[in-house]
Design a binder for this molecule. Structure first.
Ligand code: 5GP
Ligand code: MN
Length: 336
């Protein structure tokens, strides 16, 4: 499907609309920052706006303005589906396939609302009327800034919007360590000029480990890290028992996978965790090696070249073995 022009989007947003913003399950800083930043912007343009999250958000993001107003599909699916049904505009942020939003995907598909997709993942599904999909963007927050700019409404970006957008920039780039481009820094600079307290945000987001989380990190690195020297890869696994022993909650394991890439000579990292019904796989890489194909072909997932995820209905051991079995093929293929 051809995506419509920005002029058409402008004409749609020139009238007050009933807008629903949806982001992906297990929302991270970019999902929340882009959805809330965009919501604040649309509210300033006098639209009625609801943000719907498929599942709850980590408490570490409870400082984000209006995050407490988000609807959570897992907690009240009827209300979420009703909101989608009544929407005249649906915005899908930080995901690009309707299977990423569970049952809401059907409701979005069925809806006659005008659909806008703003996202930076690979392989977008063509379901939106207007799509701003750029895989070279650091984050969806960067693209929300660009979208507002394309609408010619940059002057509407206030401190709340800027703060939300800055959060996605720093969480999706590991504080500007990866996935950046020149525009990322321009956006960061603009947001800081608006008044974002970047130091406070970095501290608020990254220096908030509880003792339990810090010890869990220690456990992962000391007891659960396996290094595959031959393939320049490392794997950390967590069992259901670990989840009980360390009382692991939402967001507690965020970022652990990145520690593996701090090892000299390691450029592929896998963090594989046993969840109640599935096994979740988080993959990261450095440089040209793409983990997206592995996530897509073997773990029913996807994402970016250097950061992807997926899951499998199998035992933890089976998933670890599958990863170890397929990895050499991709290394041979991609580095040939
Ligand atoms: P994480 O490893 O932090 O869960 O996710 C890394 C990246 O992969 C994120 O951009 C996320 O959106 C994507 N991702 C994670 N899990 C899945 C999945 O199950 N399916 C798809 N398509 N993408 C995923
Ligand atoms: Mn993102």
């Amino acid at each position: 499907m051809l995506t419509e022009s920005i002029e058409h989007v402008k004409s749609v947003l020139n009238q007050p609309q009933d807008i629903v913003i949806i982001t992906h399950r297990n929302p991270d800083g970019d999902a929340l920052g882009s959805s809330l930043g965009f919501s604040h912007f649309l509210q300033k343009s006098l639209h009625k706006v609801s943000v719907i999250l498929p599942s709850e958000y980590p408490k570490s993001f409870s400082f984000l303005p209006q995050v407490e107003l988000c609807q959570v599909y897992d907690l009240d699916s009827e209300r979420a589906l009703e909101s989608i049904k009544n929407a005249t505009v649906i915005c899908c942020l930080d995901f690009n396939g309707l299977d990423r939003i569970d049952k809401m995907g059907h409701a979005v598909q069925e809806s006659n609302a005008y659909k806008i997709l703003i996202d930076h993942h690979l392989d977008p599904e063509p379901f939106a009327d207007y799509q701003l999909s750029e895989t070279s963007a650091s984050s969806t927050c960067e693209l929300v800034f660009k979208f507002i700019d394309l609408l010619g409404q940059r002057q509407k970006i206030d401190l709340d919007i800027a703060t939300c957008l800055f959060v996605g920039l720093i969480t999706d780039t590991g504080s500007f360590k990866y996935a950046t481009n020149t525009y990322t820094y321009q956006v960061a600079s603009e947001l800081k000029a608006i008044g974002v307290d970047d130091y406070r945000l970095q501290d608020r987001i990254f220096n908030r480990y509880s003792e339990r989380q810090m010890r869990l990190l220690g456990h992962c690195l000391y007891n659960r890290l396996e290094i595959l020297d031959e393939y320049g890869a490392g794997i950390i696994t967590l069992t259901k028992q670990d989840y009980e022993d360390y009382n692991i909650g939402r967001g507690d394991t965020e970022g652990i996978v990145n520690y593996i890439l701090m090892l000299d000579g390691i450029s592929v990292a896998a963090f594989i965790t046993e969840q109640p019904t599935i096994v979740k796989v988080s993959l990261r890489s450095k440089g040209d090696f793409s983990v997206q194909e592995i996530a897509r072909n073997h773990f029913n997932g996807g994402g970016h070249k250097n950061a992807s995820g997926g899951s499998a209905y199998a035992t933890l051991d089976a998933v670890v073995n599958r990863f170890k079995e397929v990895l050499p093929r991709y290394i041979e293929k991609q580095l040939a």
